[in-house]
Design a protein around this ligand. Sequence first.
Ligand SMILES: C[S@@+](CC[C@H](N)C(=O)[O-])C[C@H]1O[C@@H](n2cnc3c(N)ncnc32)[C@H](O)[C@@H]1O
Ligand code: SF4
Length: 426
Amino acid sequence: MADLPEGEAAPETGELPASVGVGAAERTFSVYLHVPFCAERCGYCDFTTYTNAELGGGGSAAEYADNAIREIELASKVLARPEPAAEGMVPRPASTIFLGGGTPTRLPAADLGRMIGAVRDRFGLAEGAEVTTEANPDSVDRAALDELVAGGVTRVSFGMQSAVPHVLATLERTHDPERVPRVVRWAREAGLDVSVDLIYGTPGESLADWRTSLDAVLAMEPDHVSAYALVVERGTRMGAQVRRGELALPDDDDQAEKYELAESMLAGAGYGWYEVSNWARIAPGDDPSSGRLLHASRHNLAYWRGGDWWGVGPGAHSHVGGVRWWNGKHPVPYAARLRAGLSPAVGRELLSEESRELERLLLGVRLAEGVDLARPGEEPAYRRLAILHRLVAEGLCEPGPARSGRVRLTLRGRLLADSVVRDLTD
Ligand SMILES: C[S@@+](CC[C@H](N)C(=O)[O-])C[C@H]1O[C@@H](n2cnc3c(N)ncnc32)[C@H](O)[C@@H]1O
Ligand code: SF4
């Protein structure tokens, strides 16, 4: 699992500086509920997640909803402190909730419903709030999907990864690819918005394999598709297989070709990109040229646009008004601290104005709506503007938006998004 960042110690009460209230009324508020349990750990996965055999001592899946609800209660107290500067924090209902993992659907749907209910009771839910849960295709059936809807879920994101058996085997995925269209159909019948996650660039995956996966996705007509280039992290089983030479990683050209194929097949079938790795089915009234799409994930957009969010659960990260903090990873001390009335946060970072500005650029560059080089009412720094013009000349950013100091990636720029970000933020 990835290491936690370094930072200062977080206060045991979870309290936040009064400065987080400044401008809060203009920012959206979201809740991320991390569910750190999986049936098996996939060889490539670096997320904070545990199998049953690894847990006990108050940190088990059966006790998890109660522990998470304790953190939701702590969050509502911390954010409702009556200091005048924090006033803006109090009345904000959650615009989005995201249950991620791990495999949230390892827990009974009733437990997920109780966690959503706790957010609703403590914060309120905004009108039309988006409530997403991730799910493995083999962790839900039709009845569970109906129960999730009854519990307040509006959207489901299935970890499909690939439709090709040898690719799924290399990824150590346990689900049967034939089950995916079935769960997608059940989810739609239950009234959910449906997203599927894909991974490209798995060792041994050919371009034809990737086309097969994309064809399978298009046949299901989901509302939303995420396609991620495989990241092989140190410390994972796949990382060790690559180090030992048992698996060979694809080169950059292979990855670029697969990204371009995804873009052309998805665009051809009526999907628009709104973030480098995310596409949504274009709906009436959408404006694809600016990435404004009804079926885009509003939760992820809230992260990328610098909204406030509280991350509940072991290893979860939070960000409110320029303060970032993170919880300890193991479910047992997580549960023990909450039971003792303490915050599970183990570290935090107070972002300077300069780092908040850098982060705004870093996240905004990857969005189809683009991002202004300068904050509203300010002139872009000459040096940054010169870099943007060079990126336009290299065909990485669009010339029209650049004339008013806005960065918007071209298709070539999306392929090289990391290097564009590096150039602009160096
Ligand atoms: C946290 S996972 C949870 C979803 C669910 N547990 C599943 O795997 O079906 C969310 C998504 O991140 C992506 N992902 C996870 N590890 C990845 C990696 N090493 N490289 C690229 N994408 C990854 C996968 O597409 C996965 O569906
Ligand atoms: S099921 Fe999802 S979260 Fe769990 S180990 Fe696999 S990729 Fe990671």
